[in-house]
Design a binder for this molecule. Structure first.
Ligand SMILES: Nc1nc2c(ncn2[C@@H]2O[C@H](COP(=O)(O)OP(=O)(O)OP(=O)(O)O)[C@@H](O)[C@H]2O)c(=O)[nH]1
Ligand SMILES: [Mg+2]
Length: 544
């Protein structure tokens, strides 16, 4: 058979993402190669333990991508079901053969459907099953178990997985061996078989031992991972800049280090459990390699950060106040930045759309200016490794004059999300920076008027719709008012030949009064501290 056209139809994510958390998962095609000529098509699938080849002629399966069923044979089977078959045993045999073939075809069809276009590329959706544990006390976490699992499902969807089911359990304390009780393990095992689950995701961080024991208990064919690994995988997929990629790689390695146990069990199995010492040595070697890689990454990150700091210092020399947007993921931070500055930061209805900070200048109607920085969103149960890895990026926050906390007020768990954000902010040590709260997506709530009245009753809360632009003028005025808190009051006599200084005062400060005298312009204004120093000689002139 000779082929005229060759196309690599689909590549599973593992090929692109060697660091992906899912890359160790097996038992499925790694890639498929489709070869077609006028009358035939051959599909090769590289699977975990070999190569599968299927050949189909064009007339038997002209359009379908998975020509597994022999159509003619299927027609004969259909006749059997239409009453042609004579004996019951014949009927049973044919029935089961038909069912098997039909199941194979259905499997293949569903396999086809599991390739989804995400972020402009095709990814294979693994079937995931979610597991959560609710502490009997109940007060441990901000979110209820069902809401937390719902969020986990959103995270799984963002990571490109297909959630096929979930379960949860109430426990006094998690089981140290398997996190959940043995009955629940058995229940999940049945679900795995019934639903063809490939990955089981736990809503809380699991220890190395728990991960290993659960994988064993589920039969070794499924991958077990936790919320942290899932978030790390999303970050890994989304890291667009060199710095973000380095930070995520570092966080992933630090997460993997205490969980590096695979090699040990692999060697143990190979030698029937006789080479424990050898396995232990190997794991030590692996850990040393990982530690060295962590060291290399940290150095590289350090140099990237130096560059960023230099850039920031240059920016600070222009004393325009910096305002940082913080908030729960998907609250609308990027939409607000885009709306106010005409930026084109990706804003979409998905978790963790933004990883890298973006800063743009906001020009207000009264001539005032501030720099607005969009940052990575937060989430409840945010892995500490990730907070640590992103600390440098979040330095932008700690050096800003004002934090604007963007809240999706239409979200049923808005209050819990606010608490989760406050918790992360307290870890970042930014309590001394003034804050302003924005209730966003007010267009989405059922009674916007009621929400606006509620906001008015509170201090430092402004209602907006970043999407429609409603309330943005109030937002800018509130920002200016709050920026005053971080500015100093100056009265300076600016000589007439220093006109550019006068326009900078208008640009970066808040001018209350200007008077023209015979020696220059007398300005009374709030200005950033650094800028006030520049004005010192003129302030003395004013006093004298
Ligand atoms: N109805 C409505 N939708 C909004 C509003 N603001 C943002 N959105 C939508 O909310 C979704 C998330 O917006 P983003 O701006 O990406 O949110 P984010 O806070 O930057 O999210 P992360 O980058 O993931 O932290 C998008 O689909 C926006 O269109 C709003 O005022 N009203
Ligand atoms: Mg964003």
């Amino acid at each position: 058979m000779s082929f005229s056209l060759c196309s690599l139809t689909r590549v599973s994510p593992q090929i692109h993402e060697r660091n992906s958390q899912w890359s160790q998962n097996a038992k499925r095609s790694i890639f498929r190669l489709s070869l077609t000529n006028n009358s035939s098509r051959c599909i090769c699938r590289v699977v975990e333990q070999g190569l599968e080849v299927e050949v189909a002629s064009a007339d038997t399966a002209p359009q379908k991508q998975s020509p597994v069923i022999d159509t003619k044979e299927e027609e004969q089977q259909q006749e059997v079901f239409n009453g042609v078959a004579t004996t019951e045993s014949d009927n049973k045999a044919l029935n089961s053969s038909y069912t098997a073939k039909k199941k194979k075809r259905d499997d293949d069809d569903s396999y086809e459907n599991r390739f989804k276009l995400q972020n402009g590329r095709e990814v294979f959706q693994e079937k995931a099953y979610l597991v959560g544990v609710e502490g009997k006390g109940g007060a441990e976490y901000l979110f209820g178990i069902e809401e937390s699992l719902k969020e986990l499902a959103q995270l799984a969807d963002t990571a490109g997985l297909m959630v096929v089911g979930s379960t949860h359990q109430k426990l006094n304390s998690p089981n140290p061996r398997t996190y959940i009780g043995s009955g629940k393990v058995a229940e999940i095992k049945s679900a795995i078989h019934a639903l063809g689950v490939e990955t089981v995701i736990f809503d809380d961080e699991l220890s190395a031992g728990q991960l290993r024991n659960l994988e064993k208990a589920f039969g070794g064919d499924v991958r077990v991972c936790d919320r942290t690994a899932l978030i790390l995988d999303i970050f890994n997929q989304r890291a667009a800049t060199h710095e973000a990629a380095l930070q995520v790689a570092l966080a992933q390695m630090e997460y993997q280090l205490p969980r590096l146990t695979k090699m040990w069990s692999h060697l143990e199995r190979q030698a029937g459990g006789q080479v424990k010492g050898m396995g232990e040595k190997q794991i030590e070697v692996d850990k040393r390699i990982l530690r060295t890689q962590i060291g290399v990454l940290k150095k590289e990150l350090e140099s990237v950060r130096k560059h960023r700091k230099q850039y920031r210092n240059r920016r600070v020399s222009v004393p325009v106040p910096v305002v940082s947007l913080v908030g729960y993921t998907n609250a609308g931070k990027s939409t607000l930045l885009n709306r106010l500055t005409g930026a084109t930061v990706l804003a979409e209805d998905r978790l963790f759309a933004t990883l890298d900070p973006t800063t743009r200048r906001v020009q207000m109607k009264n001539g005032g200016e501030f720099l607005l920085t969009d940052t990575v969103g937060f989430i409840q149960k945010l892995p500490t490794t990730l907070v640590a890895a992103f600390r440098a990026t979040l330095e932008e926050i700690s050096e800003s004059s004002l934090l604007v906390h963007v809240v999706d007020i239409s979200h049923p768990l808005a209050e819990q999300q606010i608490e989760a954000v406050d918790k992360v902010l307290s870890e970042l040590d930014v309590s001394s920076i003034p804050k302003l709260m924005i209730w966003n997506k007010v267009d989405k709530v059922c009674d916007p008027q009621k929400v606006k009245l509620e906001a008015q009753k509170r201090e430092d809360v402004v209602c907006i719709s970043a999407l429609s632009g409603n309330g943005l003028d109030e937002f800018c005025s509130a920002v200016q008012e709050k920026l005053k808190d971080s500015m100093v009051w100056v009265e300076a006599l600016v000589p007439f030949d220093k006109g550019e200084l006068l326009s900078t005062i208008h640009q970066v400060g808040m001018v209350e009064r200007t008077e023209y005298t015979e020696n220059g312009t007398l300005v009374k204004a709030h200005v950033p501290l650094r800028f006030a120093r520049l004005l010192t000689p003129m302030r003395q002139m004013c006093i004298s």
